[in-house]
Design a protein around this ligand. Structure first.
Ligand code: SAM
Length: 290
C-alpha cells in the first residue's frame, strides 16, 4: 500500500500533493470542470463555426463532438454506426505520434479504436499514417524502431501482408474531457490507455491536468465492468497521484501488474521509447473497473 507523505512531492512551485481534498477544494475542482476551465485549446462551445469540421477532416476517420451533424460528410453517421456496433472499444487519450495506437489497431482488426490528441497537427499526421497504411504501400515504413505490426507489414513488402484495411480507427482533436461525455455511451469502453500524459507541474496549470476527481468519475462511467484503465508515466509523483485518485474512487480495483497480460503485445509510445533509450524508469498501473 502506498504510504503518502503530503510534503514529499509538493516542493517549490510543483504541486503534486494527493492528500484528501478539502470539501472546498473538491467543490472547486467540480466547478472548474463544469465551467470547462483548463480545456486544452479552450472551450469548443466558444469557437466560431464549431458545428463544422475542418475541410481536411470531412469524410475522414475524424470527429469533433460539436460537429457530428456536419452534413458536408458522413463522419457522424459512420462514427455512430461504429460506436453502436458490438466491437470492443479501446480508447487512447493523448496518442502523440500514434505509434502505440496505430500498431494496436492493426493488431486487433476486430476491435474499434478511438484516439484523442489535442494537437491538431499531430492528429493530421496520424490521419496521414492511417491513409498510408490503407494504401497498402510497402514503402510506407513508419519512422519508428519497429517490432510493431505496421513495421512488420511494411518490412514484409508484399501485397499479401498488407491486405488489411484500417477501418477500425477514429481520431479526434477535441480535449477528451469535453468529447467523452458527449460522444461515448456509458459502459462502452473496454480498455482506456493513458500513456505519459503531460504532468503540468506548476500549481497554476493543475486545471489542465487530465486526472482530477471529476475526470475519474467520467472514466468510471465510460469503462465497462471488467474493463481496464492502463496508465503509464515517467513522473513517479503523477503516477502516485493517479493511483490515489483511482483507488480511492471506489469504482476500480487496486493496480495489478497481472492485468497487463490482457493488453498483450504492443508497440511503445514515442515517450516510452525515449525513456528506454535514455534509461529512464517508467511507472505502469493497471486498474480493473469493478
Ligand atoms: C507527453 S505527451 C505523450 C504522447 C504519447 N502518449 C507518448 O507517450 O509519446 C501527452 C499528449 O497528450 C495530449 N493531451 C494532453 N491533454 C489532452 C486531453 N485532455 N485530451 C487529449 N489529448 C491530450 C498532448 O497534446 C500530448 O500530445
Amino acid at each position: 500500500m502506498f504510504q503518502y507523505n503530503p510534503t514529499s512531492f509538493s516542493q517549490g512551485r510543483m504541486d503534486f500533493t494527493w492528500e484528501e481534498l478539502t470539501p472546498e477544494e473538491r467543490r472547486q475542482a467540480y466547478a472548474d470542470w463544469e465551467a470547462g476551465k483548463g480545456l486544452i485549446g479552450g472551450d469548443p462551445r466558444l469557437r466560431p463555426q464549431s458545428h463544422l469540421l475542418p475541410q481536411w477532416g470531412v469524410n475522414q476517420p475524424f470527429f469533433r463532438a460539436l460537429a457530428l451533424d456536419d452534413d458536408r460528410g458522413n463522419n457522424g453517421e459512420r462514427l455512430h454506426a461504429a460506436i453502436g456496433s458490438d466491437q470492443p472499444l479501446e480508447i487512447e487519450i493523448g496518442f502523440g505520434r500514434g505509434d502505440f495506437l496505430l500498431d494496436r489497431a492493426l493488431r486487433h482488426p476486430d476491435r474499434l479504436f478511438i484516439g484523442y490528441e489535442t494537437k491538431t497537427k499531430a492528429t493530421r499526421l496520424m490521419l496521414r499514417r492511417i491513409e498510408r497504411a490503407n494504401q497498402l504501400n510497402p514503402a510506407a515504413t513508419p519512422p519508428v524502431r519497429d517490432n510493431s505490426a505496421l513495421g512488420r507489414q511494411a518490412r514484409a513488402g508484399q501485397a499479401g501482408a498488407h491486405d488489411q484495411m484500417l477501418t477500425n480507427l477514429w481520431l479526434s482533436d477535441d480535449d477528451a474531457r469535453f468529447n467523452l461525455p458527449r460522444v461515448i455511451p456509458d459502459r462502452r469502453v473496454h480498455m482506456l490507455h493513458i500513456l505519459f500524459p503531460d504532468p503540468w507541474w506548476k500549481a497554476q496549470h493543475k486545471v489542465k491536468r487530465l486526472f482530477s476527481p471529476p475526470f475519474v468519475d467520467l472514466i468510471a462511467a465510460k469503462i465497462q465492468p471488467g474493463g481496464i484503465l492502463h496508465f503509464k508515466s515517467d513522473v513517479e509523483e503523477y503516477g502516485e497521484l493517479v493511483r490515489h485518485l483511482v483507488e480511492s474512487h471506489g469504482a476500480f480495483g487496486p493496480t495489478d501488474p497481472e492485468l497487463s497480460a490482457l493488453i498483450g503485445d504492443y508497440a511503445l509510445t514515442h515517450r516510452e521509447h525515449w525513456c528506454q533509450v535514455h534509461g529512464k524508469p517508467v511507472w505502469a498501473y493497471y486498474f480493473a473497473r469493478v
